[in-house]
Design a binder for this molecule. Structure first.
Ligand code: DAH
Length: 339
């Protein structure tokens, strides 16, 4: 019996020694110390022993049980503390390591320049209005004094969606909608996307942006046009920027002008940004054609107005000295993060 207990002890201690996870340990406990384990079995079989041997054997079995229980507890503690040490090691934080910079979003350069422009015009009393990008031929051309056979239609290669439906080629369509909805005095700007069937290159994109402006009231003259646009140019580009008005042609204005500002990159001496001429064209404008006023139900004898269309993309590329318009549309983070 003694040898049997000794063998059991050796085996149990060896297994305990080898156990290295709580799961193996638990299996050990059930197998050796449980109700169906060898120790319980031995105690149960004691009835078969001569009565004088029973106390001694009982004592030995209980001693072994106590020894194994202690060994089990010790082993359990060792495993738990090894697990804890491993977890702590894994979770160690080196607080001296450099942190990861949190990626912060920012305004697209087109939006920040647009916000800037909106601020300038709002401070002069303009409202911001919106117009649809899918327009009818009537609003985009017809009502702006560009009838079906007018050569000016060739200036703007149009994406047609249906016979009378198109992607607007100019925000000027918003002028008409505004005059239909509001009575003078009118002072609005309408920023938005416009579309033309242009080949993509460094200065052309089939989608680009304009800000339309419209003022209609009594006694509006070309002096008002000059004053407002000069003020805009000075606020946008700086007070020493020179502004130049050149005669031009648009079917919906008479007279019409194009407006240049002295190049902000070279100050007017000529550089790569202004293609050597010292001036940058930023907008088209003019006095609203009486025929346009009339077709919107405004009496040209009583009211007059001026309108302008600013190219937002050009303004943004010149302001930030961006050499290729395509960069504005590619949304490359390496480019955008610079603004
Ligand atoms: N719509 C013109 C264009 O796309 C720009 C323009 C010129 C708008 C004169 C106007 C204007 O309102 O009066 O080129």
């Amino acid at each position: 019996m003694k040898e049997k207990l000794e063998a059991l002890r050796t085996q149990a201690l060896a297994e305990l020694e080898a156990a290295d996870t709580p799961k193996v340990l638990e299996e050990f406990r059930i197998r050796f110390m449980g109700k169906k384990g060898p120790l319980t079995e031995l105690l149960r079989g004691m009835g078969a022993l001569p009565a004088e041997e029973r106390p001694r054997v009982g004592q030995m079995v209980n001693q072994l049980r106590a020894e194994l229980e202690t060994a089990l507890a010790t082993r359990e503690e060792a495993i738990q503390s090894a697990l804890k040490a491993a977890r702590l090691k894994e979770e160690t934080l080196d607080v001296t390591m450099p942190g990861k910079r949190a990626a912060a979003g920012g305004l697209h350069p087109l939006n920040s320049v647009l916000n800037n422009m909106i601020d300038i015009f709002q401070s002069m009393g303009f409202d911001v209005v919106d117009g649809p990008e899918v327009e009818t031929d009537y609003y985009n051309f017809e009502c702006l004094n560009v009838p079906k056979d007018h050569p000016a239609r060739d200036m703007q290669d149009t994406f047609y969606i249906g016979e009378n439906l198109l992607l607007r080629t100019q925000t000027s369509a918003a002028q008409i909608r505004t005059m239909e909805e509001r009575k003078p005095p009118i002072r609005v700007i309408c920023p938005g996307r416009v579309y033309r069937a242009d080949e993509v290159d460094a200065t052309h994109s089939p989608v680009f942006h304009q800000i339309e402006g419209l003022v209609v009231d009594k006694n509006i003259t070309i002096c008002d046009l000059k004053g407002v646009l000069e003020q805009f140019a000075h606020e946008m580009y700086g007070a020493d920027t020179k502004v130049r008005f050149r005669p031009s042609f648009f079917p919906f204005t008479e007279p019409s002008v194009e407006v240049d500002v002295s190049c902000s990159a070279c100050g007017g001496t000529g550089c790569r940004i202004c293609k050597g001429v010292g001036w940058i064209e930023i907008l088209g404008a003019g006095m609203v054609h009486p025929r346009v006023l009339k077709s919107c139900g405004i009496d040209p004898e009583e009211y007059s107005g001026f309108a302008f269309g600013i190219g937002l993309d050009r303004l943004t590329t010149t302001r930030h000295k961006i050499s290729d318009i395509r960069l504005l549309f590619e949304n490359d983070r390496r480019f955008l993060d610079q603004f």
